[in-house]
Design a protein. Structure first.
Length: 315
């Protein structure tokens, strides 16, 4: 049985296979509306979410299946002291597949070791967020027509931003990709990503404090929120929260075909006037998030693709 805990749990061909399926779904969603009849998704969210939980639920409903779960730790028996291991053994009796978000890094991995059904990491602490990365990849491929040969700027909270960590790990597998890491000193990409992914893979990257200096070279600009919930003290958060604010004025130095991504939620790091710029792609990301989650659940459950009339399975 396959789980998705880390973005590299999917090989590069499997990632391509998933994106191709998501694109088929996007081109004809009605064809997929009975693919998962009688299947049940459990969403176990120990941490707040709008997009990830609801897009998983929308994805299963779009496939004709059912959803159950809890949106917060406080309405679950975790508040009585139940462990993740016990909870997942219980939920395995109720559902065919599980999406779990947890504030503790590694909690979905632990769950997968006790589960009798596929477990998907829907975000674990400041660690990884693999399904956001699939969303990002689909959006980049749609906008740029490729995943190779891109200069990708990541800006903001690169320390705690789990979407950043997953995106770097995944995009580092593509040819001629270059990263520009734009952050305050305190919010730099963690050393393990620098050493184990970028340096070990001989991936070109630069670090800078200046969004303005980086802007002209970028094909993709991935903005992120400063992750208030991961700071130990509020003073540091207040000092750093306005480090980068993308405006239309700053975009004047950017390429005309730049794509601006953001995993959302946004606080103030992208000014509202950018929303009307054709380079803003963050609400497309939201829509693509539903298609990649439909494709992922089809692959993990081995469902039949009505377009090919064959069962899909990870290769
Ligand atoms: N992108 C993302 O993970 O958003 P939510 O926290 O709302 O799920």
């Amino acid at each position: 049985m396959r789980h998705l805990i880390d973005p590299l749990d999917l090989s590069k061909p499997e990632t391509e296979q998933l994106l191709a399926l998501a694109e088929r779904i996007r081109s004809d969603p009605a064809a997929y509306q009975e693919v998962a009849v009688h299947k049940k998704l459990a969403t176990l969210f120990y941490e707040p979410s709008t997009r990830t939980r609801l897009s998983f639920e929308a994805a299963m409903l779009n496939l004709g299946g059912h959803v159950l779960g809890f949106p917060s730790e406080i309405v679950s028996s975790a508040t009585k002291g139940e462990s993740v291991a016990d909870t997942i053994r219980v939920i395995s009796c109720y559902a065919d597949i599980v999406a779990m978000r947890h504030p503790k890094e590694g909690a979905p991995l632990r769950a997968s070791r006790y589960a009798k059904v596929p477990v998907i990491n829907a975000g674990d602490g400041g660690h990884q967020h693999p399904t956001q990365t699939l969303t990002d990849l689909m959006t980049i491929r749609t906008r740029k027509g490729r995943l190779n040969g891109l200069t990708i700027g990541l800006c903001g909270d690169l320390k705690f931003g789990r979407t950043v960590h997953s995106l770097i790990k995944t995009m580092a597998r593509y040819e001629n990709v270059r990263f520009v890491l734009i952050s305050p000193e305190e919010l730099r990409v963690p050393d393990y990503i620098i050493k184990d992914v970028l340096l070990a893979g001989h991936i070109p990257f630069t670090e800078t404090r200046s969004l303005e200096d980086a802007m002209p070279s970028l094909d993709i600009l991935y903005m992120t929120r400063v992750q208030k919930e991961r700071f130990f003290n509020e003073e540091d958060y207040i000092r750093l929260k306005n480090s980068y604010i993308l405006t239309e004025e700053k975009l004047q130095k950017a390429k005309p075909d730049l794509a601006v991504l953001h995993p959302l939620p946004r606080v103030n790091e992208i000014a509202l006037d950018v929303d009307d710029d054709p380079r803003a792609a963050y609400f497309e990301q939201v829509q693509n998030g539903v298609y990649v989650r439909m494709a992922l659940m089809m692959l993990l459950l081995g469902l039949t693709d009505p377009k090919t009339e064959k069962k899909v399975a990870l290769c």
